[in-house]
Design a protein around this ligand. Structure first.
Ligand SMILES: CCCCCCCC/C=C\C/C=C/C(=O)SCCNC(=O)CCNC(=O)[C@H](O)C(C)(C)COP(=O)(O)OP(=O)(O)OC[C@H]1O[C@@H](n2cnc3c(N)ncnc32)[C@H](O)[C@@H]1OP(=O)(O)O
Ligand SMILES: Cc1cc2nc3c(=O)[nH]c(=O)nc-3n(C[C@H](O)[C@H](O)[C@H](O)COP(=O)(O)OP(=O)(O)OC[C@H]3O[C@@H](n4cnc5c(N)ncnc54)[C@H](O)[C@@H]3O)c2cc1C
Length: 661
């Protein structure tokens, strides 16, 4: 049963919900990994909806940037007071969820505090450092951010220019931004809200540069909030989206911090200027791996937002005719509309499933690293590098298709899809630009193939074992695992093609760097296919583990949409394996699976349980009463406060009057 049905709803949407074959609360439990978490999301939404001071003061699209930042801060402060009664404070998931529910996706002063400020203190700070700052940060007595990227460099961490030079005589680090390009640039909440930051700076001891390290740095006076002497800080200006956040710039001029402010759980500087290396050279990068490991689920939910809007709207939007000329059809009945939206629904489910899996893998790695075992770091770095790149790109594509699927109203901010799009595609850039991260995964793939070439296949990890197989014939009547083999074939042949290209260039005498550059388009293709294979196999395994038979049935239908669509999409890579008859068969299976999933489309998006408050979309309203609310929304636009604007009296009217003469 679809749990969203209520009296007064648009009858077209109710009809869709009645045609669903499964219980949406049970599906939500599968999506969010447990009945408890799904239920907590419902309870929190419900509790928040009853607190007037947490409601939007006006629709976000009608707010200026200053109003957005004010509104985010107002709600953050109220939430901080109310949180103990609303959520389990120890649950990161509930904390993130309630902020998103109440403040939305456009960013807010604490957006980075929870995800990029507290975690480095907790994982890279010593016990003493944690005692000093963690409680204060958790109680929000201080607000923090993560300042790594500079005006001149982001992707190439080793070229950062900010320095932290150890001064033995005073037992302090002296922070400097020696050039214009060394200004920190982009960190969220840095501009106006944060008073502390994790700053990534090159550690210099006895004139030796030990590379980027994390430091706890106070930026502003805790009473006046004025920048401290030696600090230049401000907002970088409006962005494509995410304008509720004050992304900032930051410069240092001989700014001193105590030696104890370098996060020293892993690397250390002793009072006499000794440097103790970390157990793994890249352990300082683990804050980024943590965020990347969460991005697949986050982005899957961004896609889910856009699809909830587009699918619900497509069920109430009637346009054109099929056989019956007496009534226009729901646009959701067009095959083109289904082809536009349903594979994206499948991807959203797939991203969320594999997102929760990578979060679990990261949590396990964290425990291993704290126990001194860093052997899993390279694997997870490679996996999350590929995943964040593929998922952000495909999420962007899916959201844009969702917008177009809503026709003209999709282009209005009333749909809110453009904001979702703008926020989501930020993910293609932040936490490592996608091409750069695909090339990180490619290094891992090339190394794996070199192991096979050197007769060491048995040392390959489970995620790359398929690179050593030799599949050349496929029987496509057997279901998901055969499709997986098709994908393995594509990913394997591309990984070998790219590696061999790189090796050939090397053998021709080219430098490693040039050869890598000239093979890099092929290498990124290999990384994408490898990652898509991982997503598909996680989806298959996840569906296999579902116990509730009604849920399992619809997830198998959704999986069929996914595997057929994905294989059609990579057709060029499987030409050597599949005949044109087999490709036709897959194409037809895709069309059949679109029809099969059609009656459950609305229930599948309802199962994401995204409340109206969180969705902020007139088109995507749960009740489907779109037209009257679209009219109300337009009338409430500040431009309609007056019938005759100054733009007219001051300029257009005189121009028209003059023209009449
Ligand atoms: C629902 C909530 C709503 C969400 C809203 C969220 C809002 C938040 C918005 C934004 C937050 C954004 C924050 C940021 O963007 S913070 C800044 C992020 N910056 C980056 O990601 C920079 C990317 N660059 C890098 O990570 C590095 O420069 C690099 C990895 C590309 C290269 O590093 P470098 O030191 O130069 O490495 P080498 O080339 O010398 O060596 C590569 C070598 O090292 C291995 N390696 C790299 N990283 C790791 C790692 N983390 N763990 C393990 N190993 C690692 C790599 O595999 C290579 O190994 P090799 O092939 O064996 O040599
Ligand atoms: C919304 C948003 C929020 C952010 N929040 C933060 C934050 O809180 N803290 C923080 O520190 N930073 C933050 N950033 C910055 C972000 O991490 C960087 O912008 C990102 O890492 C990309 O680096 P870049 O800007 O230097 O891009 P560049 O590296 O300059 O990329 C430009 C182009 O060069 C290409 N390129 C670069 N290097 C290579 C290479 N080796 N091989 C092939 N191609 C290459 C890229 O693919 C891209 O096409 C944020 C950015 C955004 C958009």
């Amino acid at each position: 049963m679809n749990q969203s049905i209520k009296p007064g709803d648009n009858p077209d949407l109710t009809e869709e919900r009645l045609s669903g074959t499964f219980d949406t609360n049970s599906m939500a439990a599968v999506i969010y990994g447990s009945d408890k978490l799904a239920q907590r999301r419902r309870e929190i939404s419900e509790a928040v909806s009853r607190i007037p001071e947490l409601q939007d003061s006006k629709p976000c699209p009608f707010m200026t940037r200053e109003e957005k930042i004010l509104e985010g801060s107002r709600k953050s402060a109220i939430l901080n007071r109310l949180l103990p009664g609303l959520i389990d404070l120890d649950s990161f998931e509930e904390t993130v969820f309630i902020h998103q529910e109440v403040i939305g996706i456009e960013g807010h002063p604490l957006a980075l505090h929870e995800s990029l400020f507290i975690p480095p203190i907790a994982t890279q700070g010593t016990d003493e450092q944690q005692k000093k700052w963690l409680g204060r940060a958790q109680r929000r007595e201080i607000i923090g951010c993560y300042a790594q990227t500079e005006l001149g460099h982001g992707s190439n961490l080793r070229a950062l220019e900010t320095t932290a030079t150890f001064d033995i005589s005073s037992q302090e680090f002296i922070l400097n931004s020696p050039t214009i390009t060394s200004l920190k640039w982009w960190p969220g909440a840095l501009g106006k809200s944060a008073n502390w930051s994790i700053v990534i700076a090159n550690l210099i001891v006895h004139d030796k540069n030990h590379g980027p390290h994390p430091f706890m740095v106070q930026l502003r006076d805790e009473k006046s909030h004025e920048p401290l002497p030696g600090i230049t800080v401000g907002d970088i200006g409006p962005k494509m989206a995410f304008n509720g956040a004050d992304n900032g710039f930051l410069g240092f001029e001989n700014y001193r911090i105590p030696r104890e402010n370098m996060l020293m759980r892993h690397s250390k500087v002793t009072p006499d200027g000794g440097y103790i290396r970390p157990p793994h050279a890249k352990i300082g990068y683990s804050g980024m791996v943590r965020v990347r490991s969460r991005m697949a689920a986050e982005q899957g939910l961004f896609l889910a937002h856009a699809l909830t809007i587009a699918v619900r709207y497509s069920a109430i939007r009637r346009q054109g005719y099929l056989e019956d000329r007496s009534r226009e059809v729901k646009v959701l009945d067009y095959q083109t509309q289904q082809h536009r939206l349903f594979p994206s629904i499948a991807r959203a489910y797939a991203f969320i499933f594999c997102g929760f899996e990578t979060i679990r893998l990261y949590d396990q790695l964290l425990i291993d690293v704290q126990n001194g075992n860093t052997s899993g770091m390279a694997d997870l770095h490679a996996l999350t590098s590929g995943l964040k790149s593929v998922v952000t790109h495909q999420t962007g594509e899916g959201i844009e298709q969702a917008r177009m699927a809503c026709g003209g109203h999709g282009y209005s901010m009333a749909s809110y899809i453009s904001e979702i799009y703008g926020v989501a595609i930020g993910g293609c850039t932040y936490e490592g630009e996608n091409m750069v991260m695909l090339l990180q995964l490619a290094r891992y793939l090339v190394k794996s193939i070199e192991m096979i070439q050197n007769g060491k296949s048995k040392n390959l990890g489970p995620m790359v074992a398929y690179l050593a197989a030799n599949e050349s014939e496929i029987d496509l009547n057997l279901g998901p695992n055969e499709y997986l083999k098709v994908f393995q074939y594509a990913a394997r042949s591309q990984a070998w093609r790219a590696t061999e290209k790189f090796q050939k260039l090397r053998n021709s005498g080219m430098s490693k760097e040039q050869a890598w550059n000239q093979a890099s388009v092929e290498l990124t293709r290999a990384s994408r296919l490898h990652t898509r294979l991982y997503i598909m196999s996680t989806f298959i395994n996840h569906v296999g583990s579902v116990v509730d038979q009604k849920i399992k049935k619809v997830l198998i239908d959704l999986l069929n949409v996914h595997i057929t669509y994905e294989v059609m999409d990579i057709g060029i890579y499987v030409q050597g394996l599949l005949s044109s008859d087999q490709m036709d068969l897959i194409r037809n299976q895709l069309y059949v699976s679109l029809e099969t999933i059609r009656p459950n489309a609305v229930s599948l998006v309802d199962s994401f349980q995204i409340s109206d408050m969180q969705l902020r979309s007139v088109l995507g309203r749960r009740d489907g009463n779109v037209y009257e609310n679209l009219f109300k929304w337009a009338k409430s636009c500040p431009l309609n406060d007056k019938d005759v604007l100054e733009s007219v009296t001051k300029y257009l009217k005189p121009m028209m009057d003059k023209s009449k003469l």
